[in-house]
Write a protein that binds this ligand. Structure first.
Ligand SMILES: *Cc1c(COP(=O)(O)O)cnc(C)c1O
Length: 231
């Protein structure tokens, strides 16, 4: 199993490097987050042993369980899915970065949890760039007020923006959506408050991570491709 995981991992890293070089970037600028929502703790452990130290989960309980099961490993945990406010406390304690912050109420709950745990919580603001009704995230025109709101929070640091390409679009739509996220980063990074850095862009999954890299992604979230052929 670990052999196959290693070769899948190498193949994805190779493709990230190639995509980066094609636009004058280097693969070292891009963090690969292995999305482990499809597999159990044992396969997740093997992925870490194969060399993937950034892991993402889309369900809070799964993240908590795996973070506990793998607490002996130096893993950075990324919460990438919708987060309900009653699950914030444990998620703040167990994750290094919450990618999927999609409302002011969630920002407020994270700030409260950060205060209780005496830490500043690293988050990304999720933006609904595809405009699909089923997608979470701030609308692009709500981003400015979300950033203003964050300026008043002591226990939240916004590291960047996150998006998912629309489910129904093709790669051209995905490219347009990733370009849009990059534009929003440029627009708001210029004079953002001290706890809003906007350096990171989390975008791109198995089907579209190369175009995300070309559009400026600093983090790609890849699941299925890593587990292909792994039983
Ligand atoms: C599942 C998931 C991914 C990974 O998707 P793959 O297509 O399997 O690579 C990335 N981001 C989010 C938010 C996800 O839920």
């Amino acid at each position: 199993m670990i052999k196959k995981l290693s070769s899948n991992l190498m193949s994805v890293r190779h493709r990230i490097n190639e995509a980066a070089q094609a636009v004058g970037r280097t693969g070292a600028e891009i963090r690969l987050i292995g999305v482990t929502k499809y597999v159990g703790a044992e396969t997740t452990r093997a992925l870490v042993e194969a060399g993937c130290l950034d892991l993402g989960e889309s369900r809070p309980q799964m993240l908590w369980e795996k973070a506990e099961a793998l607490s002996d490993l130096p893993v950075h945990w990324h919460m990438i899915g919708h987060l309900q406010r009653n699950k914030v406390k444990r998620t703040v304690d167990k994750s290094d970065l919450i990618h999927s912050v999609d409302s002011q109420r969630l920002l407020e709950a994270i700030d409260t949890a950060g205060r209780e745990s005496d830490k500043r919580v690293n988050v990304l603001l999720e933006v609904n760039v595809s405009g699909e009704a089923a997608k979470h995230g701030f609308q692009p025109d709500e981003l400015g007020s979300a950033i203003d709101y964050t300026a008043g929070l002591q226990h939240v640091v916004v590291r960047g923006l996150m998006c998912m390409a629309g489910l129904n679009g093709g790669l051209d739509d995905a490219r347009r959506e990733f370009d849009r996220l990059k534009q929003l980063q440029t627009k708001y990074a210029a004079d953002s408050p001290g706890n809003v850095e906007l350096k990171e862009l989390s975008m791109g999954m198995s089907a579209d991570f190369e175009i995300a890299v070309q559009a400026g992604a600093t983090m790609v979230r890849v699941g299925s491709l890593l587990f292909e052929g792994v039983s």
